[in-house]
Structures are given as structure tokens and as C-alpha cells.
Design a protein around this ligand. Sequence first.
Ligand code: GCO
Length: 255
Amino acid sequence: MASNLFDLSGSTALVTGSSRGLGRAIAEGFGAAGARLIINGRAGSGLSNAAGELRAAGHDVHEAAFDVTNEAAVKAAFRRFDEEGLEVDILVNNAGIQHRQPMAELALADWQRVIDTNLTSAFLVGREAALRMIPRGRGKIINIGSLTSELARATVIPYTVAKGGIKMLTRGMAAEWAKSGIQANAIGPGYMLTDMNEALVNDPKFDAWVKGRTPAGRWGKPEELIGAAVFLASRASDYVNGQIIYVDGGMLSVL
Ligand code: GCO
């Protein structure tokens, strides 16, 4: 019984922003657990390279290049999935950007861009997925939060606000969709070794701060999210809803 609790065979997983970084790692982990993959990125985001690498690893991969902040593009993408017989059983709302600047200097356009990409996209894609999951009576939605879903860091306030919103959007999805057999949860990564954080990793002061502030004493690796992601995507989490699992080396648990 326990052996196939985490088996994703027969499921189709859409991971947004999965041409690199955390989304790419999660997609690979889902493929290894047996899922068919739909990977997403904006046109020209290296999506085809990622698809080729995942196919070379033996995974069943569909590419879906669409802008997750564009409502019409999101609707059109799901219409294409419908036409191709692709039923999204598992959705990971991972697409996100970072913008580091003091709020008093922040342009509205930059604020809006971060909120649109990191929060509103999860509503747009989550809504299209849920419209198809509800009639089926089952579905898994995993939103990618952050340590900043709980704590603010100066100079990344739009990101902080968006990720705080992700926590409450996750609870909102649970509130409305759990009765339809959908489990909506979130993962809160700690400081991970990703392209988005390259400037921080290469900053000796920030690097030392992360290592000192994190009980594990190190940055996290993208592949270290796979366990929590497969758990939340599998039957093992059928009675888990509205939760956010922090994969942060213990950072949030200590002063
Ligand atoms: C930053 C980082 C963080 C991490 C992550 C922490 O500038 O502080 O980009 O936002 O990426 O979100 O959980």
C-alpha cells in the first residue's frame, strides 16, 4: 500500500515556469515519479532545451509556451490541452520573478509586474485548471510560496506581498475547491541555489547571512523540493488542504 502512495503514474502535471530553476527540478521529479509533463515558459525561455533534456531522461513531455500573466493566453493554452486530450491532474503554480529595489523608489509598473507574475498568474492558471478538475472530482494544486510568505525582507516588498498572497490564495482555493476533491497546498522554499538568486549567492555578505541564519548552515538545492512536491501531488496528501510546507533548512523556525 505505502509503496504506491507517491506514484504519479497516469497523472498529467503542468508546472509553470519550468524551463529552469525550481520548476524545472519539480518537473523532473514528477517525471521520475511517473507523471506525464506539461512544461511551461514564455516563448524563448529555453523551454525546448528543457523539454529535450527531460525527454532524454525518458519522460513524456509536452511543451506549452504561454504567458501566465495573460488571461487570454492562459485560456487558449487550456483550450489546446482540451483539444489534445491533456487533462491537467496536477498544477504547480511556480512561475515567478524577483525585483530588488527599495519600495520608496519603486515604479508602479515594476510593482504590478511582480504581482502579476507571482500572484495573479496563480489565480489565472489555477482557475482554468479548477474549472476542469471540479467536474472530475479530483485535482492537485501546488502553489510556490516563499519565506516571504511569512516574513518581509527589505528591498523585495512586491515579491513579499505576492508570496504572502500566495499563502492566502492557497487557503482560498482550499476553502472553495476542497469539497470538489481538489487538494490545494503550497511549498515555501528557503534560500535556494537558483539563477534568480545568483546575485545573492555571489555576495559574500549575503551568502554568510544565509548560512548563519539557516540552521542547516547552507543554501538549498532545487531538487530538495521534489519530495514535498511529489507528496502534495500524490495520493499521500488526499486529506491535506490549505497547507504550506516550508523547505527552508529550518530558517523560519529559529531567531
Ligand atoms: C531574496 C530572494 C528570496 C528567495 C526566496 C526565499 O531576494 O530575498 O530572492 O526571495 O528567492 O523567496 O524564500
